[in-house]
Design a protein around this ligand. Structure first.
Ligand code: FES
Length: 149
């Protein structure tokens, strides 16, 4: 092997390794789970109550509801709150929070932070749950279909 062949082979190998590293890093960024604040809630009469004060340092909370099939994502926007059922609208898979929205690990759908479809196969946005402020709590009406029996 002369010098030219050696350089061709080693440079090609280095380029392939670099490209593979860049692609896997990009893929991992797209799939990584965001570090989010999780609040555990116990339902009462089909609702959960989340202290509004828990949004003092964040505009997003992931609510893990006991005896319930899905997490709920709550976004604070000024003085109003939006609650999303984190169930994929394609086939009902539980979603994973990503940095910018939600990801379905079953078939790969992606949703924005507001619940709009970014990538299919899902075609419908995430279900919004009714919210209201009661005293100092954000009260969220859960969909009764997803309680464990
Ligand atoms: S269940 Fe989510 S993409 Fe199919």
């Amino acid at each position: 092997m002369d010098r030219r062949d050696f350089l061709k082979k080693t440079c090609g190998t280095c380029a392939a390794i670099s490209l593979g590293t860049m692609l896997s890093a990009t893929f991992m960024d797209a799939c990584k789970t965001a570090s989010v604040s999780v609040y555990k809630a116990t339902p009462s009469q089909g609702t959960i109550a989340v202290p509004a004060s828990s949004f003092a340092t964040t505009d997003f909370k992931l609510i893990r509801v006991s005896n319930y099939g899905y997490d709920v994502g709550v976004i604070k926007n000024g003085s109003s709150y939006t609650a999303l059922l984190l169930m994929c609208t394609h086939a009902g898979q539980a979603l994973t929070k990503t940095g910018s929205g939600y990801f379905c690990p079953l078939h790969g759908s992606r949703f924005s932070g507001a619940g709009e479809v970014i990538k299919g196969p899902a075609t419908d946005p995430l279900q919004h749950l009714k919210t209201k402020l009661v005293n100092e709590d954000v009260v969220i009406q859960l969909d009764p279909d997803y309680f464990f029996s």
